[in-house]
Design a protein around this ligand. Structure first.
Ligand code: GLU
Length: 510
């Protein structure tokens, strides 16, 4: 039984736009919190000032607003554990680094960049298994383990640049437990002495992350698999700081894979295969390069969320369409898979289609009207647009595709699909249509059913096949051989327009 209040956090670093893998991580945290009536916190991890990108934090917030992931506490909201931006919590971390030094779990290191580089090269040349700053190499470097106490004091008092490194124990077995991977056992000698704190007054990710999770009373850390290798370090920090009994539970989510399943999904895959890997469009502030976003590509936020939810989690049933409520109700970490989830762009479009056909025509008509306004296309009224939507929605995945399926409702075709003309416009088609035109002109009222019945009975009487005539009329009215019900199209564009288009078509095609 859980006896700790459920508190989870999403803790992005503002280093650029949020990858959809990051959105999925946030989503799983959110669903977990909602399912367990817990709290969801947004914390910004900006301790690495070199990687700070202007606009990234705003982008992250806007992305969540768009897709409906809500936070209970954190940046932009506040809460009992404020501030939630690590750069504003700078003053908090040093004491913990000092505590670790006092207890012998950390030490000062004064090595310059050149010395570190030299160490790495020498270790590489000696074919050492581990080439990092660790329990062996640290004894040959410039740090408080090798220098006298006096010398360390002197260096600190004259302001020599330093870092504080964790002192990883030798030959110990570090056991960590991951809710998805289960027990992971690591030999401490494979772990290096990571930097925890720098003399510029900033902690590194590892220290700040552990300290904040502890201080913010985080119960579960749910994050991407790329952090699994850091888990032994984090668990060691909890131990060394005496916080073991308050340590959160950890769950590392499987990677999002490329469509072919080979490797991590990257921005380049998106560019190459034509799908976004970011929730919103992003303009790189340095290069002005634009990366497309799901929002701008016309995805509905609900479809985007539904798709992401199923990339790594499965409900254990055949159900595929879930709204946020249903997801929150059904979500559990037990059903998150261990292996990477392959991203499928076709499936993403399929999800959007499912949501599109489920939407109200009135709502879709409003979105379509905006597109028409942009194109300067005039239309009769909203009811007309709603009828169009009803006729074509099954054929499109996005609102932006409606125009391609419906432009003939607004203007006569400028050209006629060549292949259809070649195959289906016969020598006598023009004459046949001219004959039918008289029937069409005489039809009163000019309604779908009346048109259908009149034309059908005329053709039957004359023993003329429906197919050839209809494809001819379709070419004249639509410009192609496909589209919604032809009689409905006639009714919608009206008698005058129908007659004009057929006359023009006959003239141009015969
Ligand atoms: N700041 C880290 C990131 O951007 C957070 C990792 C974690 O959740 O611990 O991925």
């Amino acid at each position: 039984m859980e006896n700790k209040a459920i508190r989870v956090r999403f803790a992005p670093s503002p280093t650029g736009p949020l990858h959809i893998g990051g959105v999925r991580t946030a989503l799983y945290n959110y669903l977990f919190a909602r399912h367990n009536k817990g709290k969801m916190i947004l914390r910004i991890e900006d301790t690495d000032q070199n990687r700070f990108v202007p606009g990234a934090e705003e982008y992250i917030i806007e992305s969540f607003r768009w897709c409906g992931i809500e936070f209970d506490e954190g940046i932009g909201i506040g809460g009992d554990f404020a501030p939630y931006r690590q750069s504003e919590r700078k003053h908090i971390y040093r004491q913990y680094a000092d505590q670790l030094i006092e207890k012998g779990h950390a030490y000062y290191a004064f090595d310059t960049a050149e010395e570190l580089e030299k160490m790495r090269k020498e270790l590489e040349a000696s074919a050492a298994i581990y080439t990092s700053y660790n329990q062996e190499s640290r004894l040959k470097m410039t740090n408080s383990l090798t220098l006298s106490g006096e010398e360390v004091k002197r260096r600190l008092s004259v302001g020599d640049p330093f870092v504080i490194r964790i002192k990883m124990p030798e030959n110990e077995t570090v056991k960590v437990y991951d809710e998805i991977r289960k027990e992971v056992v690591v030999d401490s000698s494979t772990l290096d002495d990571k930097v925890l704190y720098k003399s510029d007054g900033m902690p590194t990710y590892h220290l700040a992350n552990v300290v904040d999770d502890y201080l913010m009373k985080i119960s579960h850390v749910i994050r991407g698999e790329e952090w699994l290798p850091s888990l032994p370090l984090h668990v060691s920090l909890y131990r060394f700081l005496g916080w073991e009994k308050d340590m959160p539970k950890f769950a590392h989510l499987p990677l999002l894979l490329k469509p072919d399943g080979k490797g991590k999904l990257s921005k380049r895959d998106g560019d190459k295969l034509g799908f976004p890997v970011f929730p919103l469009e992003w303009k790189d502030p340095k290069t002005d390069e634009i990366s497309r976003g799901y929002r701008e590509d016309g995805y509905f936020p609900e479809a985007f969320i539904n798709m992401l939810a199923l990339l790594g989690w499965n409900p254990g049933t055949e159900q595929e369409i879930f709204n946020m409520e249903e997801l929150a109700e059904q979500f559990s970490i037990d059903r998150v898979g261990r292996s990477g989830a392959r991203f499928d762009p076709d499936k993403a479009r399929w999800f959007n289609h499912q949501y599109l056909i489920g939407k109200d025509n009135t709502e879709l008509a409003k979105d379509f009207a905006l597109i028409l306004d942009e194109k300067n296309v005039e239309y009769r009224d909203m009811t007309f647009l709603e009828k169009i939507i009803e006729l074509v929605k099954e054929r499109v995945n996005f609102v932006s595709e409606i125009w391609g399926q419906a432009s003939f409702f607004f203007a006569a075709p400028e050209s006629y699909d060549e292949k259809t003309v070649r195959k289906r416009w016969k020598e006598n088609t023009g004459a046949l249509l001219t004959e039918i035109l008289e029937v069409i002109k005489a039809t009163e009222p000019f309604s779908r059913d009346k048109l259908h019945d009149t034309i059908a009975s005329y053709l039957e009487e004359k023993q003329i096949g429906m197919g050839q005539v209809m494809i001819g009329i379709r070419l004249c009215l639509v410009g192609s051989g496909t589209g919604p019900d032809l009689f409905t199209i006639m009714e919608m564009i009206g008698g005058k327009e129908t007659v004009e288009r057929i006359e023009t078509g006959v003239r141009r095609l015969s």
